[in-house]
Design a protein around this ligand. Structure first.
Ligand SMILES: Cc1ncc(COP(=O)(O)O)c(C=O)c1O
Length: 385
């Protein structure tokens, strides 16, 4: 019999839209969060050299010492934060790190606080661990940044963990340092642990990246190589855990994951040590695309009351189109050949929205914009304000 847990796991709509769009001709893909840049050559070269050197066996479940040291050095360089390599566990992407964090922290019935909109997979991770979800509502009017008071009303001594994600998927919102600091104090007061998903660090256009580790050592950080180094298919990430959790996390990692791929870990060292310099150009390119799309959405007559500060997503409100967000996504896919993800996957506060990813070339974004405008001009009902 299929378990109740398996039945409760919802599909990841962005991947389903992708599969459907892949069966069609000439679709502009704005549905998936996958960089269109190539992995830096230094990384690919390091992987090939590692394979040729026979780095094909298991590694320590915590990861290769040289990669854990390189990640530690990165925290020092990037944020001026001292993270002992013994607190770092290398994983096959940040998704397994999420699985490890929730399974280490959460007992059945424990409360986990998420912001809504949230990354579509978060609730499934919480449910896998048997946790109970409470949400803090975010709105476009506030730039999808949380009000600390609203957090204070939601977080209580019942709360085991609160999950933060900045820059955020699907909104692109960026939290500033003082908000992070206040949220850490709030979590401390409730004896709850912060889990900070920092996978979009490096792709911040407004403000600066701050790791939660600038404010506390008592937090889990999840991060990885997928987004900023254009390494989604390499499956490499890491977790920083509070010292007293490391061995517990590691026991689950040993059993469930064994280790991240050996030669890919050597490529990760090259990414942190040789490829980090090229990131500014990548970030500038994303910023230009964001600026282009923000203007384009206005020209389409659709509403977006905020400017995303990071990642490569924006949420556009499609409540003035006929039908719901799924109908809107169908309409743009069928009539314009542009794939976007319906918002309901990302929470109640994204129900009237589509998530648009601008991890696509300027040329394709222009094509998408022209096609969307053309498709919208065929709708008889004028768009309401
Ligand atoms: C917010 C967020 N966290 C984690 C992930 C997982 O990334 P990966 O497992 O490739 O590191 C994603 C992927 O889209 C994401 O958007």
């Amino acid at each position: 019999m299929v378990s109740e847990r398996a039945k409760r796991t919802t599909p990841f709509t962005a991947m389903e839209v992708l599969e459907r769009a892949n069966r069609m001709d000439d679709v502009v893909h704005l549905e998936v969060g996958e960089p269109d840049f190539d992995t830096p050559a230094a990384v690919t070269d390091a992987a090939i050299a590692a394979l040729q050197a026979g780095e094909t066996g298991y590694t320590s479940s915590k990861g290769k010492p040289e990669l854990r040291r390189a990640i530690s050095a990165y925290y020092d360089r990037q944020y001026g934060v001292d993270v002992d390599p013994s607190r770092i566990i290398v994983t096959s992407g940040s998704s397994p790190a999420l699985l490890l964090a929730f399974n280490t922290l959460v007992d059945p019935g424990d409360e986990v606080v998420l912001t809504d909109p949230y990354y579509a997979c978060y609730p499934n991770f919480v449910r896998q661990a048997g946790g109970r979800i409470s949400t803090v509502s975010l709105s476009a009017a506030d730039g999808f940044r949380p009000d600390v008071n609203e957090f204070a009303r939601t977080v209580s001594t019942e709360t085991e963990a609160l999950l933060l994600n900045s820059p955020a998927n699907p909104t692109g919102a960026v939290l500033d340092g003082s908000t992070l600091e206040e949220l850490v104090s709030l979590a401390d007061a409730a004896d709850a642990t912060v889990i900070s998903d920092e996978v979009y660090h490096g792709l911040t256009y407004e403000g600066e990246d701050h790791t939660i580790l600038e404010y506390t050592d008592d937090a889990f950080v999840l991060d990885g190589f997928s987004k900023r180094f254009a390494m989604t298919g390499w499956r490499l990430g890491w977790m920083v855990a509070p010292p007293e959790y490391v061995e517990h996390v590691n026991r689950i990692a040993q059993n469930v994951l064994i280790c991240a791929p050996n030669f890919v870990q050597s490529a990760g060292v090259a990414a942190l040590e040789s490829a980090a310099n090229g990131l500014d150009d990548v970030r500038d390119t994303y910023r230009e695309r964001r600026d282009y799309l923000v203007d384009a959405v206005e020209e389409w007559g659709l509403s977006m009351d905020y400017t995303p500060g990071g990642a490569y997503y924006l949420l556009i409100d499609v409540s003035n189109l006929p039908g719901d967000a799924f109908d809107a996504a169908d309409f743009f896919l069928e009539e314009a050949g542009v794939a976007m993800t319906p918002g309901p996957d990302f929470g109640t506060n994204a129900e009237d929205c589509l998530r648009v990813s601008y991890a696509n070339s300027a040329e394709r974004l222009e094509t998408a914009s022209e096609r969307i405008q053309q498709a919208l001009s065929t709708i008889e009902t004028p768009l309401a304000d």
